[in-house]
Design a protein around this ligand. Structure first.
Ligand SMILES: *[C@@H]1O[C@H](CO)[C@@H](O)[C@H](O)[C@H]1NC(C)=O
Ligand SMILES: *[C@@H]1O[C@H](CO)[C@@H](O)[C@H](O)[C@H]1NC(C)=O
Ligand SMILES: *[C@@H]1O[C@H](CO)[C@@H](O)[C@H](O)[C@H]1NC(C)=O
Ligand SMILES: *[C@@H]1O[C@H](CO)[C@@H](O)[C@H](O)[C@H]1NC(C)=O
Length: 750
């Protein structure tokens, strides 16, 4: 077995012990801030590449000290991981020998170099910044045995050989000893190992510490929350992390699946960014205040974007920051209770959206944290019960603002004990931080990396250096060089058509202007159906129009696919898709749509093969005729204004998708006849397929109003959808309100 032995490093050499954990032997807690704590993680061979690696790559990196992973003698250590296989120790459970031998090893090699020693499991997360703060607040001269004190659960009670006043530190969420404790215990570990009274490793460590260091585990109720153990087993920390328990803990246990350790790490790093941003705001306020007091001018960052934010962040927080000069500048408050009353919403009274709820939870959590910061000094705790009602508003230049009426529970535990419900008003301003703009490399098709214009090529960020202009912050799309070379992605227009020749002519006018004259790289498939019996059959005109255009623009393929079946949009799209190759980008469009070339850019950018489907939210024009207004023939259909139309957030008919992704999602349901429902069906399929859906309001895609007649012969669900669309095209809520107020009789006759 000689070759085998060669693979097992011998660790009884002190130099090796230092080298393994990358410890400078001249450093200790007096001459280095990085020698506060040594963490020994108990793990096993089977977890070295998963849990141990995850620990080392997340919190293990940021310790004010060193970390090592203690495992069985025969473990195979991955490269770059500080692993210490303990001689004579195996991976059996309970790991009593591993635990005691680890303590001895740490004491023998590292005791003089650190102040504190932590015994950790491999399924724990430690917030190292908080651990440091906590440990630096404890006088390390005394023997300490810090952990979550336990006496065993109900079943174990009486079987752990503990007296009434005896406890142990529960191992899971971590145990910390000061040097004094470690040095008193280490010489006796063999003795403790010989006198085990239970099968629990942490109970036995506790017994040993009590016997030789003569300290119990810290009796402190607070330890339950700072060394936090969640009782839901493998489910713990796999769900939402935005919880009070997670936010206030120093250690979190257990994270059974190491993938989730990385997730938790990312989340907690996000929290840290928020904390630091809050500190930044405080510092800026301090700076502005002292500058004022000393009558010096505030130092300014030579940075137009952040300058704006420094100006407003420096201001005292007050809800009167914004002084409207005009009525139109008055910021309105939304009222929140069971329902939200939102003045500028088309549906002014509605259930709080998940966003509103999450925002409120965040705010109340922060408020409670601030209120309870002085709880210990005052001998009271205040618990949150509910928000009775509140107001909120969004000040686009400064902040999100809340006024909340909160029901709280005041519990005094020092002096005269009492519990009372109290109501408190909270005035909250959450200032916006500096603007950050990330530019990502374009996400493009793997096989054709140059095919998309990178975002950085078409998006130029323009920020104006004044608060007023801040609202005009916009993304400008620079003039692009129209050539096939830079825009190689071909867009295949698929246009279902049944009758409606006048609309088709208008559509083709746009198509000629934007695509043909604009030399866009496109292809057009018109799927032409016989119109319903009431309409004249114009399919020959469709063919004639396309043929004549084709003569003028021979290099762009335009085809008409004639069918003799009665109209079904799903079948039309399916027939169009059949004309395309798997790697083709398809745009399902309707004859009432008008579009701009910028919209075509966005379609190319937002549709990514095998990855993303673009579902633009199109702007839909209102009827207006029924309200006595009419559009002049010169009307500019690219106009976007809340009086003339609305964003059709519930429309899914216009979509750009690669053919292979359409197939992957399961294709179109051609059994759906007529208009409607086939789009929702496809949307749901795409949603389930795992391909990402990108959805955004696209100001370059506008649905031109035309009168809708919902066919009574449609299936009930399709008919309802059709009626819904019909109603939403009447006009803007404000316009309708004015019309009704001016003509009160309108409502009477129905
Ligand atoms: C820490 O504890 C020791 C022993 O109890 C005491 O002598 C020392 O003054 C304490 N140090 C501080 C900073 O309180
Ligand atoms: C902790 O456990 C409870 C139930 O035991 C669960 O509802 C909660 O989501 C868990 N917390 C975390 C952060 O996983
Ligand atoms: C761990 O979690 C990840 C992400 O949720 C999951 O993909 C993986 O299958 C899980 N592993 C185990 C062993 O459960
Ligand atoms: C459509 O045309 C096909 C042949 O081209 C014919 O077999 C079929 O009967 C026609 N259907 C209708 C509804 O006219």
């Amino acid at each position: 077995m000689c070759f085998f032995k060669q693979n097992i490093p011998v660790y009884d050499d002190v130099n090796d012990a230092f080298r393994t954990v990358k410890l400078d032997r001249t450093k200790d807690s007096h001459n280095s801030g990085e020698n506060l704590v040594f963490v020994g993680v108990m793990t096993a061979n089977m977890y070295l590449n998963t849990r141990a690696k995850a620990v080392y790559e997340t919190w293990g990196k940021n310790l004010p000290g060193k970390i090592a992973f203690f495992t069985s003698e025969t473990s195979i250590a991955p490269a770059n991981l500080p692993v210490i296989p303990l001689p004579g120790v195996d991976d059996s459970y309970p790991p009593q020998k591993k635990s005691f031998m680890m303590l001895k090893y740490i004491a023998d090699h590292y005791a003089q170099h650190f102040e504190y020693f932590m015994r950790a499991d491999d399924d724990v997360y430690v917030r190292t910044d908080r651990l440091e703060k906590f440990l630096r607040s404890v006088n390390s001269t005394n023997p300490h045995f810090i952990g979550q004190a336990g006496k065993g659960n109900q079943d174990e009670f009486g079987h752990l050989a503990l007296k009434d006043d005896e406890n142990f530190c529960m191992g899971g969420p971590g145990i910390i000893m000061s040097r004094a404790t470690l040095l008193k215990v280490a010489p006796h570990v063999r003795d403790c190992l010989k006198n085990l009274r239970s099968t629990h490793e942490d109970v036995e460590v506790g017994r040993c510490v009590r016997k030789y260091a003569e300290v119990p585990c810290t009796w402190s109720y607070e330890m339950q929350s700072i060394l936090y153990h969640n009782g839901s087993g493998t489910e713990a920390f796999t769900g939402p992390l935005k919880q009070r328990e997670v936010h206030r803990a120093i250690t979190l246990h257990p994270i059974k699946n190491h993938t989730h350790l990385y997730r938790l790490h990312t989340y907690l790093q996000g929290l840290e960014i928020r904390t630091n941003e809050a500190k930044l705001v405080h510092l800026i306020r301090e700076l502005v205040k002292t500058s004022e007091e000393t009558r010096l001018s505030t130092p300014r960052l030579n940075d137009p974007v952040n300058g704006i934010f420094l100006d407003h962040l420096g201001m005292e927080s007050t809800l009167q920051k914004w002084n409207p000069a005009l009525e139109s500048e008055v910021l309105t408050w939304d009222f929140v209770s069971r329902a939200v009353f939102h003045l500028s919403d088309a549906n002014p009274r509605h259930r709080p959206t998940s966003g509103v709820n999450e925002g409120l939870e965040d705010v109340t959590r922060d408020v409670m944290e601030i209120i309870n910061r002085v709880s210990k000094e005052r001998g009271r705790v205040i618990d949150f019960k509910e928000v009775l009602y509140g107001y909120m508003r969004w000040n686009p230049t400064f902040a999100l603002e809340y006024i909340l009426d909160m029901l709280l529970l005041y519990r005094k535990y020092r002096g005269k004990k009492m519990t009372v419900s109290v109501r408190r008003h909270a005035y909250i301003q959450i200032p916006f931080g500096p603007l950050r703009i990330h530019e990502y490399e374009s996400i493009s098709d793997e096989e054709d990396p140059d095919s998309t214009l990178g975002i950085q090529n078409i998006v130029q960020v323009v920020v104006k250096n004044s608060l007023k202009d801040f609202e005009n912050l916009q993304y400008q799309v620079p003039q692009r060089d129209i050539s096939e070379k830079r825009n190689p992605k071909k867009i295949n227009f698929i246009l279902p058509l049944a009758g409606r020749f006048a609309s088709f002519q208008r559509f083709m006018d746009d198509f000629r202007r934007i695509c043909l004259e604009g030399e866009e790289n496109v292809q057009l498939f018109v799927i032409s159906f016989r119109p319903s019996s009431t309409e004249e059959d114009t399919s020959e005109n469709v063919e004639a129009l396309i043929s004549s255009l084709q003569l003028d623009y021979p290099h762009i393929t335009m085809s008409v696919i004639q069918t003799n079946i009665s109209f079904t949009r799903a079948m039309a799209l399916e027939l169009g898709a059949r004309q395309c190759a798997d790697s083709d980008l398809m745009l399902f469009i309707d004859v009432d749509m008008t579009f701009t070339s910028a919209a075509l850019d966005r379609i190319r950018l937002h549709t990514v093969k095998n990855r993303q489907v673009y579902y633009p939210v199109v702007f839909s024009e209102f009827n207006m005729q029924d309200l006595g207004e009419s559009r002049p023939s010169s009307y500019d259909h690219t106009l976007i204004d809340e009086d003339v139309g609305y964003w059709r957030a519930f429309g899914f008919g216009i979509v750009s998708i690669y053919k292979c992704d359409l197939q992957l999602a399961g294709g179109l349901d051609t059994s759906i006849l007529g208009w409607g429902r086939e789009d929702v069906d496809l949307f749901e399929k795409v949603l389930k397929s795992g391909i990402k859906i990108f959805r955004a309001a696209d100001p370059g895609l506008i649905h031109i109003f035309h009168t809708v007649d919902c066919d009574k012969n449609l299936e009930p669900s399709q008919y309802d959808m059709c009626q819904g669309t019909l109603y939403s095209t009447y006009g803007a809520v404000q316009t309708l309100t004015k019309t009704i107020l001016a003509n009160p009789d309108m409502l009477r006759d129905s």
